[in-house]
Design a protein around this ligand. Structure first.
Ligand code: NAI
Ligand code: AKG
Length: 528
C-alpha cells in the first residue's frame, strides 16, 4: 500500500481523503529538515503547503518517492529540477486558493487606501484620531496589475466592479482576453507611469525577480501604493523602504517577504506599511479546497496513474488513465527493446520517433511518448521514467518526434518506436491484442509476432538452411529451455530475425556460443 507523508498544516480533509482512497497516511506537520530527511525514505508521496522545503537533499533521501503534492499554487518551495531529474512528479492545485488570494489583495488595497490597521489600533487605544486617518477613494483610480493569470484576473474583475481603471502587464495576456476582462494591456513602463495602485500576481522566476527593482520603483508615479500578495523577491525591499521613507511610494501592503518567516524587517517600523504573514491563501474555504484537491490528485496518480496539474509531466485524466495504461506498457516495452538493442551497439542516439497508427492515433500521446522515451533511455542511462525522460532526451540533444497516422496495415492500433543512431535506424512495432496485452509485431519492418517475456534472446541471421537446428542444439546442450520461438524474414534467403523467450536468463557463455554460430549476424539478450 502506498504511503503518504503530510509535512505541513493541511486541512484534516486531506487525511480523510487519503484514508478513504485506501492509502496509508502520516500527518506530521512542522518537521525540521533533518527529521524530514530521516523519514522521507519510507514514503511514496509527500503533501506540503509552503513551510516544507523540498530540497535536493530531501529528494536524495527519498528513493521511493513518486509524487510531491503542493496544496497551493507556488512551487518555489520545491526543487522541481531535482524532482524531475529523479523522476518525481510535482503537482500543485492551481485554482483552489485563487479567489481567496485575490480577495486578500483587494482587502490589502482597501486597507492601504483607508489606513485601516492603524485606524483600528488607534481607536482601540481610545484616541479617536479622526483627522489623522484621511484616506483616498478607489473609485476612478488606476490599478496596475503585473501578472494577469488566475489570481490577477480575479483581482481585475473585482477592481473593475469597484469602478477602477485596470491596466495590466503580462506577456502572455492576449488582447482578446484583456478585452474580456475589461482591462487595458500595456507595457511595463506605461503601467509604472499610470498606476495609482500597483498589485503583483506573477510567480517568482528569473524574469520576475526584482521586477520592482530600485530602478523601476523610481519610475513609478509619485504617491503610488503597492500591494504584494504574490511572492517576496518580486520587490526590492531595501529600495521599497527608501521610497516609502521619501514619500515617493505612499504605502505598501505586503503579504510576502524576501525571507520568510519575516520576523524582523525595517519595513515593520514604517507607518505607511501594512503586513500580513503570508495569509493570502488562509481562508477555511481555500484550505479545504487545496487539501481536497491535492489529496485526490495524489491518490489518483498513485492508484491509477492519472496525472492532473503536474508541473513536470503531461496530464492524464482519470478517465484516460485506464485506457492509456496498456498503451504505456506497450510504449515502454517497445522503447525498452529498442534501447537495449541500441545500448548493445554502443552508439549514441540521435533521434527517437514515436508513431501512432489507427486507434492509437486518437489517444493523448504526450504520456505515451514519455513512456517510450523512458523505455529507450533506461538501458542506456538507468533510472529514467516518464517524468524525467523528456528532459534527459533534451539534455542529450536527442531529437524527439511524434506523429499520428490513419490505419494503414492489418492492425487496428499500432505503435512504432524508431531509434536513429549515426549507424542505423531501428523501428519496432507493437499492438494490443485480447485483454489489452502488448504484442510485438515487427522489427525493422520484418514481421515477427511475439509476446514480451522477462527473458528473451534476439538473433539476426542469414536466412539459410541449418541455422535453426544448430541454434536449438546450442541451447539444448546448455540445458536452456525455449518457452516460445518466433521467426521472421525480410525475403526468402535474406535477413532474418529469431526471437525466443526463455524460462531463465541466458548464461553469457551460451550467448557467446550462439554468436559464434555460422549465419548469425548478431545475438542479444533482452530483459523485460
Ligand atoms: N500570498 C499567497 O498566499 C499566495 C500567493 N500566490 C502567488 O501568486 C502567484 C500567481 O498565482 P496565479 O495567478 O494562480 O498564477 P498564474 O500562473 O495563473 O498567473 C501568473 C501570471 O503571471 C504571468 N507572468 C509570468 N511572467 C511574467 C512577467 N515576467 N511579467 C508579467 N507577468 C508574468 C503569467 O503569464 C501568468 O499569467 C503564484 O505564482 C504564487 O506565487 C498564490 C497563491 C497564494
Ligand atoms: O499555503 C499557503 O498558505 C501559501 C499559499 C501560496 O503561497 C501559494 O499557493 O502559492
Amino acid at each position: 500500500m502506498a504511503k503518504i507523508l503530510i509535512s505541513d498544516k493541511l486541512s484534516p480533509a486531506a487525511v480523510a481523503i487519503f484514508e478513504r482512497r485506501g492509502l496509508e497516511v502520516d500527518f506530521k506537520p512542522g518537521l525540521a529538515p533533518a527529521e524530514l530527511r530521516a523519514i522521507i525514505g519510507n514514503y511514496d508521496g509527500l503533501a506540503v503547503r509552503s513551510a516544507t522545503k523540498v530540497t535536493r537533499e530531501v529528494l536524495d533521501a527519498a528513493p521511493k518517492l513518486r509524487v510531491v503534492g503542493r496544496a497551493g499554487i507556488g512551487v518555489d518551495n520545491v526543487d522541481v529540477t531535482s524532482a524531475t531529474a529523479r523522476g518525481v512528479v510535482v503537482m500543485n492545485t492551481p485554482y483552489g486558493n485563487a479567489i481567496t488570494t485575490a480577495e486578500h489583495a483587494i482587502a490589502m488595497m482597501f486597507a492601504l487606501a483607508r489606513q485601516l490597521p492603524d485606524a483600528s489600533t488607534s481607536t482601540k487605544a481610545g484616541k479617536w484620531e479622526k483627522n489623522r486617518f484621511m484616506g483616498v477613494e478607489l473609485f476612478g483610480k488606476t490599478l496596475g496589475l503585473i501578472g494577469c493569470g488566475n489570481i490577477g484576473s480575479i483581482v481585475a474583475d473585482r477592481a473593475v466592479g469597484l469602478k477602477m481603471k485596470v491596466v495590466a502587464f503580462d506577456p502572455f495576456l492576449s488582447e482578446k482576453r484583456a478585452v474580456e476582462l475589461g482591462v487595458e494591456k500595456v507595457e511595463l513602463e506605461e503601467l509604472f507611469s499610470r498606476a495609482d495602485f500597483l498589485t503583483l500576481h506573477t510567480p517568482l522566476t528569473e524574469q520576475t525577480k526584482n521586477i520592482l527593482s530600485r530602478e523601476n520603483i523610481a519610475k513609478l508615479r509619485r504617491g503610488v501604493r503597492i500591494i504584494n500578495c504574490a511572492r517576496g523577491g518580486l520587490v526590492d525591499e531595501a529600495a521599497l523602504y527608501d521610497a516609502l521613507k521619501s514619500g515617493h511610494v505612499a504605502g505598501a501592503a505586503l503579504d510576502v517577504f524576501e525571507t520568510e518567516p519575516a520576523t524582523d524587517s525595517p519595513l515593520f517600523a514604517l507607518e505607511n506599511v501594512i503586513c500580513t504573514p503570508h495569509l493570502g491563501a488562509a481562508t477555511a474555504e481555500a484550505q479545504e479546497n487545496v487539501a481536497l484537491q491535492v489529496a485526490d490528485q495524489m491518490a489518483d496518480f498513485l492508484l491509477s496513474g492519472a496525472v492532473s496539474n503536474a508541473i513536470n509531466m503531461p496530464s492524464v485524466t482519470a478517465e484516460e488513465a485506464p485506457r492509456l495504461k496498456p498503451y504505456m506498457e506497450l510504449a515502454r516495452l517497445l522503447g525498452g527493446m529498442a534501447g537495449q538493442l541500441t545500448a548493445a551497439g554502443g552508439d549514441a542516439i540521435r533521434a527517437i520517433r514515436v508513431e501512432y497508427e489507427g486507434h492509437a492515433a486518437e489517444l493523448n500521446h504526450k504520456p505515451l511518448t514519455a513512456a517510450a522515451l523512458a523505455g529507450v533511455l533506461t538501458p542506456l542511462m538507468g533510472a529514467v521514467n516518464m517524468v524525467n525522460a523528456p528532459v534527459v532526451a533534451r539534455e542529450r540533444g536527442i531529437d524527439v518526434a511524434e506523429t499520428t497516422h490513419e490505419r494503414s496495415g492489418e492492425y487496428q492500433t499500432l505503435l512504432r518506436v524508431t531509434v536513429r543512431t549515426d549507424r542505423q535506424e531501428r523501428a519496432l512495432e507493437g499492438t494490443l491484442i485480447a485483454n489489452d496485452k502488448p504484442r510485438l509485431v515487427a522489427i525493422k519492418g520484418i514481421s515477427v509476432e511475439a509476446d514480451f517475456a522477462p527473458h528473451m534472446l534476439y538473433v539476426t541471421n542469414h536466412d539459410k538452411p541449418g541455422f535453426i537446428g544448430r541454434f536449438g542444439m546450442v541451447l539444448a546442450d546448455a540445458g536452456v529451455n525455449i518457452a516460445t520461438f518466433h521467426l521472421g524474414r525480410a525475403a526468402a534467403g535474406g535477413d532474418a530475425i529469431c526471437l525466443v523467450s526463455l524460462d531463465a536468463p541466458l548464461p553469457d557463455a551460451v550467448l557467446a556460443e550462439v554468436r559464434a554460430l555460422p549465419l548469425v549476424v548478431q545475438a542479444q539478450k533482452l530483459a523485460f
